[in-house]
Every structure is written in C-alpha cells, then in structure tokens.
Design a binder for this molecule. Sequence first.
Ligand SMILES: *[C@@H]1O[C@H](CO)[C@@H](O)[C@H](O)[C@H]1NC(C)=O
Ligand SMILES: *[C@@H]1O[C@H](CO)[C@@H](O)[C@H](O)[C@H]1NC(C)=O
Length: 617
Amino acid sequence: MGRLQQRWALLALTCVASICSGARAEPQLPSRRLGAALSAGGGSGGGGGGGREPQLGSGRATQQAADATAAGAAEGGGGEAARCPELSRELLQQQAKENTAMLAVANTAQWDFALNWMQHVQRAGITYAVVAASDVQTSQRLAALGQACFEWIDEEIPKLGLKWGEEGWRRMTWAKVFVLDAVADWGFNLVISDVDVVWFRDPLPLFAKHAHADLIFSEDGTQSINSPGDDGLETNGDAYHDFNTGVYLLRHNANTTAWAHAWRAHFDACRMHDQHCAYELMRTQAGPAHPQDPRVKAGWRNRVYVGILPPSISMNAHTFFLQKLHKVKGVDPYVVHLTWTYNGTPGKRSRMRDMGLWHDPPEYYAQGSFVTVDVTLPEKPPSYNEWNENEDMISFYLETIHSQLQQAYVGMALALAAGRAFVLPKFQCYCEKIWYGVVRCRVVDAQSMPFPVPCPQDYLFDPANYDDAPEAWGPPLAIREASFLENERTPAQVKDSVLIIQPSAALDCSDCVKEGAGQVLLVPPALPDAQLLPLLEKYRSYRVWRLNFAGVGATKRAYGGFGDAAAAAAFDRRVDHMTTEFCCRREEEAPRYHKFDALIVKLNMTTQFRYSGANQA
Ligand SMILES: *[C@@H]1O[C@H](CO)[C@@H](O)[C@H](O)[C@H]1NC(C)=O
Ligand SMILES: *[C@@H]1O[C@H](CO)[C@@H](O)[C@H](O)[C@H]1NC(C)=O
C-alpha cells in the first residue's frame, strides 16, 4: 500500500468518525485570490484530452472515496481544513530533484483523474511533482493527502462560461500556461503534465539524453518512422509536427523563459486553445536542425530547439491500446496520455480501465458477483490485413461486431436479472472508430496496424449511459472492463471462483441441471429468468458465472430473458441507449456503395433478436 493510499484509508476513517460526531464545517471562502491578482491571467481546470472536451463529473466509485477524503479534510482537526500554500519559488525548490519540477493542474471535476495520476506518479518513483489546485475543494483534498501543491484559483472562469468553446472554458485550458508563465523565471527545468495521463517511469533522464533540445514535446500522431529499437527522438520531428502540450519537458534557459512569457502573452491575440496558439508561435521562423543533433530543430524565431518524442515512447490511447506501438518498436514507454478516446470524460475513464491503469477503490474489484460470456469470436479472413477495399472491411466489421454484441446482450440480461455486474468479453474489432472517414478501416497514419484489435469500451458504448436516469432508460447496468478478471487488483477469490453455465438441449428436462467436468453446469436452453434463476440458486457462491454458447445453435436459445414484458422493454431501452456510433464511412465512397445514409452507423446489440416486442423468442 502506497503512502497515498494509506492516507486515503486513514482519512476515510476520520470522516466516518466525524460524521458521527456532528455537523459539517462550513467551507472556507477563498482567501488567496490569484484570479484578482492577475489582471488577465490566472487559471483553473486541467487540460484533459488536450482540453478538447468539457470536463464532466467524476466516476461514481472513485468519487465516494474522494468525497470521504474531502469530508475528512474539511472536518478533521475540528475546524479549519488545511489547504495548499501559495505558489512560491521555495515550494518548488523543496520538491525539485536535479533542479526539475513536474507540474500539473487539478480541479474538482477531474479529481478522480488527479488521484489516479498521483498514484502512478508515486509508483513510478517521481518525487518532484507539484500540483496546482484550481479550486478550494481540490486544495483541501491535496493538502489532506500530503501532496506537494499550491493554490491557483481563477475566479473569473465561472463567470465567463464553462461550456466547450466558451471563454471560461478556454481560459481553463490555458491554466497550465499561466502557471508556466508564473514559474518560468525561477530557474527550474519543468515537466508539464495533464492529469489524464499515466506515467510509467521517471522522465528526468530525458533532459540529459536529449541535451540539445530546449523543449521536448509529446505528439498527437499515431505513427513513428523510427526503426525498431531506436528509442531516440522522432527522426523527422520539428516545429511543424502536431505536438501535444499535455505532456512536455522544458529546459530552463533565457530563450525558453522568453518563449513561456510569449506564449502566455499570446492568450489575448490568439483566441484559441493553448496548443493551437503554441503552434502559431513555434512555427514563426522555424526549421534548421541543431548542428549537433539532426533530430532537434529550431522553432520560434530560431530561438528554441524542439524535439518530438515518438508516440511509441510518449504514448496515446491509440498507440498504447490498439497498436501496442511500444512493443512493435521495442521501446520502453514513459507515459500515456488519454487522447484518441471518445465519448468525453466517461469514455476516457473507461479506456483507462480497459488498459488496466485506473485505480478504482478496493471494493470495485472485491465485492459483488459477476456474469460474463464466452463470446464466439469471428474467424479472421486469412488476408484481411492486406485488404484494400474500405467498404468490404467496414461491412465485415459491422457484421462481426454486431454478432459479438448480440452475445453480450444475452449475458447482460442474465446479469441484470441475477443482480450481478457484467464483465465485458474481449470483443475483437476489425475496424477503428475515428472522427472522420477511415482508410482501410484505419487512421491514415496507422496503415500497418494489424487487425483484430481489442475493442475499447468507448468504440462500442457511451459509458455514461450504462447507469444514468433509470426512470428514462431502465434499470442501471453495472459493467466491468474486459481486463477485469486479469487485473492485479482483482482478488483470487473472484478470479478463481468461476462456474461455466452451458445451456444445452442435451438435457431433456426444463427443471434440472447437470454438473459436468471442469466447473461446467449444463442447464436447459431458452429458460426465462423465473425458471433459470431458481436452478442456479445452489451455485450462487460462484463469484463469476460464465455463460457459454457451445450447447446451443443460436445465441437466442441460450437464455429466454425476462418473463415480465415491462422488464424486457426497460432492458432494451437501456442497451439501445448505451450503444454508441461507428464513425465513419468516407463520403467520397458512398455513391459507389449506395451508403449515403450510413456514413455514421449506430451500433446495435439486437440485430438478431431482442427480448421485448415482436421478436421475442
Ligand atoms: C538563444 O537563442 C539565440 C539565437 O536566437 C542563441 O544565440 C542563444 O545562444 C540562445 N541562448 C540559449 C541560452 O540557448
Ligand atoms: C437493431 O437492429 C434490428 C434488426 O435490424 C432492428 O429491428 C432494430 O430497430 C435495431 N435497433 C436499433 C436501436 O437500431
């Protein structure tokens, strides 16, 4: 258990005790008004996803622990809750290692990301991280955790509007630039990091390894031209590369200091997202390579030298999860930034879970029981990875993903009826989802990526819709990621307690079961909930029920679903609501294939049958 987790547990206990003992303390009004002090500056919020998406609420499970922490912080010590100090050179000095500080900005909306970020930073042995709190609650939470932190509260932001594209939102995405501007003169090398990021190892050696680079950026792309085994900077990296300001290193010197101030000063004139404005500046008089390092190129009036970390080393959700580009290139990555995900913050959170990089509280892994399915996977056409016809590939993908989703549908229905969480099977995807038309089912840069790839949850579902508004969408579903049963945090009592439920016509009864070898239980096919669940009562202690389709010819005959028509209708509303869209066919190809109406395709869990309505088995 890390120091952070210990404190966490301790604070949760304090909280329970103090809730018993009386009323909640009034939150403190902000006394340090950075926003007011900075005429046009100051900032709040984080740049999750490079700040491209508005930040929504936090995940439920993690939120409980976070609330407990905050309550503990607010009530512990009988009154005034500790908060982060003001930003000062001394603070950075105390925390710095080899004159380097790592900086991140955290806020309440992204608190669970900040917690996850801190746990990984700690695990990677990075001791020089300092977090800017952009609201009072975050300040109290960070202080309670003993995290090195300072307050950076911009009171202008809420007044300017927080929705995507509004001025308050834009200002929020710039918070880390304002912080950079404030510390630039103090002489530290800096590692700047968003909190929708996981650090695998300490980036400090990169400063020495790339000694001629003033700035070392991650990038937004999905491919590297470097040869396998080459763990250097991107060969063709330069100021025109689409670098990402969510993860970068800045070496202190007079030119980088001037650059930081110039970037900050560009806020008013540029009117856009911080990253775009950095591009504008960096690309004025740019180009020549450094005389001693051809991979480092000049930018910004030829005053700074820029290096680009390949996305095999400073990764994103595409290169890490789909391509495993670090393995393809045989390099040891430093970090992954959750760009290339869909469906906003909930999609990012689910992708973190898919990748096994999200720290849910212990009960998420240890409590409750589960249902999953042994999904029958499509057979890969032998030459699929050489196919060139986009439409052939998209059609194959849609057909095969729909057949997998239909199997998951049956398992989800059983999970709901049995009051268990559903563990997603390892769906295989034969196409990507991107924001525009795919080329050979891939993003243009990743043409050599082999299929199938594991499907991220956010390709198939909108995870915010698993359990929202039951009155509108039917009973909530508890969903676990496909990597759940392999996660090191899932205890053996769960992993090793598996019953394989195999509906089989070989049983010529409708009220009997038969135990087979290897934890297999044969049950009659097509039984609805009211008949199947009593037969399974005796096997309740198995933590994982794995529904297996080998004994039935068609998925629909595995389980009969809901005896109650209203329950079936509610379940079908839920699954329709939570499936997301495939994107996209290419407009220029649509005429050839008569697919004008299907550039974007809403995925469907019930292409073969559904439990409600006319199609019922
Ligand atoms: C800053 O850039 C100028 C070129 O514009 C160069 O002559 C100078 O050496 C640079 N200073 C540092 C500290 O790198
Ligand atoms: C799913 O597909 C079936 C069969 O084509 C269709 O009847 C149903 O309306 C579709 N559902 C959704 C939500 O698109």
